[in-house]
Design a protein around this ligand. Sequence first.
Ligand code: ATP
Ligand code: MG
Length: 140
Amino acid sequence: MERTLVMIKPDGVERNLIGKVINFFEEKNLRVVALKKVRLSKKQAQAFYVVHKDRSFYESLTDYMSSGPVVAMVLEGENAIQKVREIMGATDPKEAKEGTIRKLFGLDKEKNTVHGSDSPESAQKEIPFFFSDYELLSAE
Ligand code: ATP
Ligand code: MG
């Protein structure tokens, strides 16, 4: 069993896609362990995406990620990290495969509806960014 951090980005929340996005994951046998809707401040968005701080899109990305509420969740399942990345599809919706969340709902390379941890190391940092030990324990 593996855990990963998924976020429904502001464009997904704005368009009422929370239920549809979660359904993609539940259908593939991933279980919601913990879930919350929050609005990130600019500073929190900068901290969450700090690995991208030197990229040209960092300023725009962190403005966007703090522009409206997001839904953060911890998903659990076999091979959850890799599985979520496949269900989401490529970063750019134009390059995402048929049947993926980003192909169906993504607006552009930035407003691509979902985030998923890209490695066990990322998941280990991203899960505690949103959820306390208590919130994770109480969900079991
Ligand atoms: P995420 O980390 O959100 O799951 P990802 O791992 O597919 O997405 P990253 O390379 O980590 O992609 O980029 C993080 C996010 O930054 C992307 O999901 C997207 O919202 C934004 N982004 C990435 N590349 C670009 C770009 N060239 N122009 C604008 N925004 C971008
Ligand atoms: Mg990433």
